[in-house]
Ligand binder design. Structure first.
Ligand code: ATP
Ligand code: MG
Length: 480
């Protein structure tokens, strides 16, 4: 039996399908009539409850088939009844409208029940309507066909990967990270669980990977960290009051002018500096805390040059290992790295970077959330947030998120957050997300040109077919 338009119920199109029809939640259907068409996404399936006209429509359809098939006895009547019992109603939302083949904005349209045609849309048709680029990143399968996104669609964007625990979020993040690295991008990863280290031994990307261990190969001298980053740490991570911060700046200037800018000289100078005793105590305690993090060194040649990853031609991934660091040290190092990166980007010393932030609420101070999506994004920090708690991400971020990869979630309030930032209605989103199978995610946003796609995420292997080894436009323009 053909797919048949049954009715339209507010924003939903209800389509009649036989039990054998290979159409499932997340799939697309095209309803077309003359030059108009609409792309519908199936978001729910129900049994058919027959009433009046619907029953009439169905009887007409099935009886016609039986007549065409020539046999019309009691056995075939029984088969008609069985088939009616097994009928499904596919509940669909329109995702896109077309007029004379051109994708257009939504317009009200009630297709004819008798003359509109409904067909299952193959994946190629969906792909054709997704903005393309030249730098493919293979993600997995959609309806059994290979599915790739384009690295360009992560460029300049804020991306969220979410879903319940163990659903495959980090796995997908690694796929994106590897793809970006192979395409010559520069990325920083805040690695909380020592999950990304295998990049160091992956033959395809090991030469483009740096593992940074805070306090070991990642330490900074005061001069290389710079006053801006250090004051930022003191003010935000160590909550140093304004008056003490002003004295700190004066001492910094004094030591810098005399070429003696080290933490030990700082301690010595504070001791004899003319200031209020409370201020002196505040300075002592903060400097001692900075020293205890092990992130600072007084020996210039031990200091890490944050330009190092960017000296690698053809892209680099810097994995910042946060596993064995205390929560305070974690906050200090993240503050330092973000502050330095922004400074270097402002001065156009480095190309834009992708930032992979796992469970960012554990180390990102409140005021950074907004900064990341406004000022830092403007200068070229493009964040990929990865979390199993969608509500741990600041609400302000949601309005700015461009791409979402969501695995199974069961909590309605989490799905509501996703719905608010994805322009996809809560009802269909809830139904699709709750029906997601393991290792399968729903992709939303500009990465799929706002055509939500259910993807069966693949293994972490490099698929380099179709890769054009070019630098991103931003990187190119910085070099010229
Ligand atoms: N598409 C996939 N193909 C093969 N293995 C996968 C896939 N997705 C996830 N896995 C494996 O499943 C396990 C859990 O995945 P992963 O660590 O990415 O989940 P997670 O959502 O990040 O979990 P957590 O919430 O604990 O951070 C890992 O061993 C990972 O390698
Ligand atoms: Mg994870």
């Amino acid at each position: 039996m053909k797919l048949k338009l049954l009715s339209k119920d507010s924003g939903d199109f209800l389509i009649l399908a036989s039990s054998s029809e290979d159409v499932h939640i997340g799939d697309y259907l095209l309803v077309s009539e003359k030059e108009r068409a609409a792309l519908l996404q199936v978001y729910d399936e129900r049994y058919l409850d027959l009433e009046g006209i619907e029953e009439e429509l169905l009887r007409e359809e099935l009886v016609q088939e039986e007549i065409n098939g020539s046999s019309y006895g009691s056995a075939s009547l029984r088969s008609v009844i069985t088939r009616i019992h097994d009928m499904r109603v596919l509940v669909c939302k329109p995702r896109s409208f077309f007029s004379s083949g051109e994708r257009g904005v939504f317009s009200y349209w009630l297709p004819s029940r008798s003359s509109s045609r409904i067909t299952k849309v193959d994946f190629e048709t969906i792909s054709q309507n997704i903005k393309s680029g030249t730098r493919k990143i293979y993600i997995g399968k959609v309806a059994g066909k290979d599915f790739s996104i384009f690295a360009e669609s992560l460029d300049g964007k804020i991306t969220l990967i979410t879903g319940k625990k163990e659903s495959g979020k980090s796995h997908l993040a690694k796929i994106l990270l590897k793809g970006l690295t192979l395409h010559g991008a520069y990325s920083f990863v805040f690695d909380l669980n020592e999950e990304y280290s295998f990049f160091c031994s992956d033959p395809e990307v090991s030469h483009k990977t740096l593992k940074l261990l805070p306090g070991r190969n990642l330490r900074f001298s005061l001069s290389s960290a710079g006053l801006r980053a250090v004051s930022s740490i003191l003010a935000h991570s160590l909550e140093m009051p304004g008056t003490s911060l002003r004295e700190f700046t004066k001492i910094w200037d004094y030591l810098e002018r005399s070429g003696r800018l080290t933490l030990s000289n700082f301690l010595e100078t504070v001791e004899r500096w003319r200031c209020n005793e409370f201020v002196r105590d505040a300075l002592f305690s903060r400097i001692n805390t900075l020293m205890s993090t092990g992130l600072f060194t007084d020996i210039e040649k031990e200091s890490y040059d944050l330009n190092e990853p960017f000296k690698r031609a053809g892209g680099c991934t810097a994995i910042l290992s946060l596993t064995q660091t205390s929560p305070l040290t974690r906050k200090v190092i993240v503050e330092l790295i973000l502050s330095k990166l922004t400074e270097m980007l402002e001065k156009k010393e480095i190309p834009p970077v992708f930032l992979f932030a796992e469970e960012a609420h554990l180390y990102l101070r409140e005021t950074y959330w907004e900064d990341l999506i406004t000022r830092m994004r403007h200068f070229g920090v493009f964040t990929i947030f990865i979390t199993n708690q969608p509500d741990s991400i600041d609400k302000k971020i949601y309005r700015q998120i461009d791409n979402i990869f969501v695995y199974h979630l069961s909590n309605d309030s989490d799905i509501n957050l996703i719905s608010q930032s994805s322009a996809v209605d809560f009802e269909s989103l809830t139904s699709i997300i709750k029906a997601l199978q393991p290792r399968t995610c729903l992709v939303l946003g500009s990465v799929v040109s706002n055509l939500p796609v259910v993807v069966e995420v693949g293994e972490l292997v490099a698929k380099e077919t179709g890769i054009t080894r070019l630098f991103f436009r931003q990187i190119d323009s910085l070099k010229t």
